[in-house]
Design a protein around this ligand. Structure first.
Ligand code: ASP
Ligand code: MG
Length: 426
């Protein structure tokens, strides 16, 4: 008998009929002889609707109240799913994050899990019941409810799977798994059968939206096998584990692809600080100011200074949402930073090529740059990790760039495989 944690995203529980469909799936898993713990997201766009509602009242909602409001969405899902399962003749009990023992720190709106004590969930399992847990929420040391940040239900599921030592954490969404690129941009994108945590982390960090970044970090830390799949079909999805291929050694060498996928991100902006003194301490000072503004910066490029003036330019990328506050903070420090001009560009796109095979295969960057140049795409910035190469392009060049690179690395499927069943890709 296995213990299976199943997480259903908002598009899988969007209405009563979907909830009944999910209930049948949970019951089928249970009747196949497994213990089942279910984690649910809020129905459809409920979280957005609750945010809109609050925004009609105030643009400055107290964080604690905001979190209580937002946790309501998942509570609705858990209760109605429990009813739907009960109706099918299987005992189910729903639990809020607090009841399920998800303890977090006090950062409302973006709390981190500090401990999981799922006593009631364990007891429900022992009593032969299906336990249903509201995703995206926990309780802090003040006994107040907190939320884990948008998309946080994935993290709830992984944290419970780790605490319960589940055999697998199934993440149900409205596509058949992780793809070599976003099928909406690359119709010939292929489903990835197996991928490592490491590669998935790089993909998620670089804009692939199916899995919550923190959930993958958590899964890697506790070695929770993830199976990302569609709740609309019974097809195998994508397995995220430590070992890329569990095939025999010879086959592994043959089959392990060098590149796992191409991620893209349209949500970044670029700040350029023009004409700063090229002396020790300038970058340190600038990025202290940026850090104090709480900006999550990504790529950094410093120009070669022009010898005559002793001045240089520093550019970096950051989430567009962090742009205004960061610009204001730099502007406020103009006196000490002594730059001549501050520029902001939100018309950029970022393409990232990810694959563990890069470590052992030279020539990947040459091939990437070749493909971009053949497609007429200009590269503005480059950054690399051991298993990733990212480039910044003009926003309007991003889609053709992704397609060109996908083809150049032989990732195209013969026939299009991707079906988006729901509509959100979550
Ligand atoms: N309902 C929350 C959100 O929309 C959490 C989740 O879906 O994972 O962000
Ligand atoms: Mg969601």
């Amino acid at each position: 008998m296995a213990l299976v944690v199943q997480k259903f995203g908002g598009s899988s529980v969007a209405d009563a009929a979907s909830i009944q469909r999910v209930a049948r799936r949970v019951v089928a898993t249970k009747e196949a002889g497994n213990d089942v713990v279910v984690v649910v997201s809020a129905m459809g766009d409920t979280t957005d609707d609750l945010l809109d509602l609050a925004a009609q009242i105030t643009d400055d909602a107290p964080a604690r109240e905001m979190d209580i409001l937002l946790t309501a969405g998942e509570r609705i899902s858990m209760a109605v799913l429990a009813m739907a399962i009960d109706k099918l003749g299987v005992k189910a009990r729903s639990y809020t994050g607090q009841q399920a023992g998800l303890r977090t720190d006090t950062r409302y709106g973006k709390a981190s899990i500090v401990g999981v004590v799922p006593e009631r969930v364990s007891r429900a399992i022992k009593d032969g019941q299906v336990a249903i847990v509201a995703g995206f929420q926990g309780v802090n040391e003040l006994n107040d409810v907190t939320t884990l940040g948008r998309g946080g239900s994935d993290t709830t599921a992984v944290a419970l799977a780790a605490a319960l030592q589940a055999d697998v954490c199934e993440i149900y969404t409205d596509v058949d798994g992780l793809f070599t690129a976003d099928p909406r941009i690359v119709p010939s994108a292929r489903r990835i059968e197996r991928i490592t945590y490491e590669e998935t982390l790089e993909m998620a960090a670089q804009g692939a939206k199916i899995l919550h970044l923190r959930a993958v970090e958590y899964a890697r830390r506790y070695k929770v096998p993830l199976h990302v799949r569609s709740s609309f079909s019974y097809k195998e999805g994508t397995w995220v584990t430590d070992a890329p291929v569990d095939a025999p050694a010879e086959e592994e060498a043959m089959e392990a692809p060098i590149i796992s996928g191409v991620a893209h991100d349209r949500s970044q902006g670029k700040i350029t600080v023009v004409g700063v003194p090229d002396v020790p301490g300038t970058a340190a000072h600038l990025f202290e100011v940026v850090a104090a503004a709480d900006a999550n910066i990504d790529m950094i490029v410093q120009n070669v200074s022009s010898g005559a003036t002793g001045l240089t330019d520093i550019s970096f990328t950051l989430p567009e949402a962090d742009g205004p506050a960061t610009l204001a903070a730099i502007e406020a420090a103009r006196g000490q930073l002594r730059f001549t001009e501050l520029r902001y560009d939100d018309q950029i796109g970022k393409l990232s090529l990810v694959g563990a095979g890069m470590r052992s295969h030279p020539g990947v960057s040459a091939k990437l740059f070749g493909a971009l140049s053949a497609a007429g795409v200009n590269i503005e910035m480059i950054s690399t990790s051991e298993i990733r190469i990212s480039v910044v392009t003009r926003a309007q060049d991003l889609d053709p760039a992704v397609r060109a690179v996908h083809t150049a690395f032989d990732l195209d499927a013969e026939e299009s495989e991707a079906v988006v069943y729901g509509g959100t890709g979550r």
